[in-house]
Design a binder for this molecule. Sequence first.
Ligand code: AHG
Ligand code: MN
Ligand code: MN
Length: 332
Amino acid sequence: MSSTLITIERFLLEQQPHSAEGDLTTLFYDIALAAKMIAKQTRRSALLDILGYEKTTNIQGERQRKLDVYADEMIYRMNDHTGRLCAMVSEERDDWIPIPANYKKGKYVLVFDPLDGSSNIDTNVTIGTIFGIFRALDLNNRGRLEDCLRSGKELVAAGYIIYGTSTMFVYSAGQGVHGFTLDPEIGEFLLTHENMRFPEKPTYYSMNYGAYSYWDPGVQAFGDWLQTAQETPLSARYIGSLVGDFHRNLLYGGIYGYPAEKKYSNGKIRLLYEAGPMAFLAEQAGGYGSDGYGSLLEIKPKTIHQRTQVFLGNREIVQKAEEFIRKTNLSK
Ligand code: AHG
Ligand code: MN
Ligand code: MN
């Protein structure tokens, strides 16, 4: 645990000068400020009657929760006018988001899932925000769809905020993964988890075995191995929030999987603003992110809401999933 008071901005400026180009540091500040606003609302959502559903459904065909819309609005309004971005993509909006013509455009693209784990909002279970940052392909224009359709290996930085028993901001700018805990008394995220890495020994597995009968045979074989063939049995933890499951598995070792299934033939998790950023973090923490066939970071999205199968966590377990899928497909 860190003993000195280091904020995100100081950490970037002092310890990661290469990535502390002015705009990136201030972009992190803007995201952290939006996160503090979202954290405030999640802590009091029942009191503010922002639980429950809007009348709208989003492009995902999911009914929007009031907190989904609030979080989306907060991140958008914190970033549309700052001159740091040339485009945004949000899970809650149909198309990519240009910067309004009356505002200066910047050199970064921000992709985000404003509220991850929405099904947990009314149940007081951990939820999160996921973000990824790309550099614009061509600084001479005001941002285009092709600036947004990028593979995870092109990410400049990625991170998540986890709204749990405490609020944490976890990010990587390509030099390891670092965690900052919000001190609500002073409104600052302070460094508490420097250089987060998956422990050698896994402890948890996070997959929804309720969908087992819909999984491909190779994934079922992997799921059986995960449950029955471990020297030290792993514990099952699946809370319906990728950020919550990923964070616990990063701290204690393990794997999160959302396999393709009947309802989601390509998997449920969105490649651009969920799987890519989380795979970037996984690799920066010594782990791995795969779609079951290869690295998630290598997949270039064709559309902004493209979904994918994901396995995220300790490298050797994720590679085991690939092995079972490969072996079963070969035997077909
Ligand atoms: P979101 O709330 O942004 O739609 O994402 C939820 C995702 C992920 O966070 C979670 O692990 C998974 O959906 C849960 O899906 P099921 O409810 O189908 O298990
Ligand atoms: Mn999500
Ligand atoms: Mn979401």
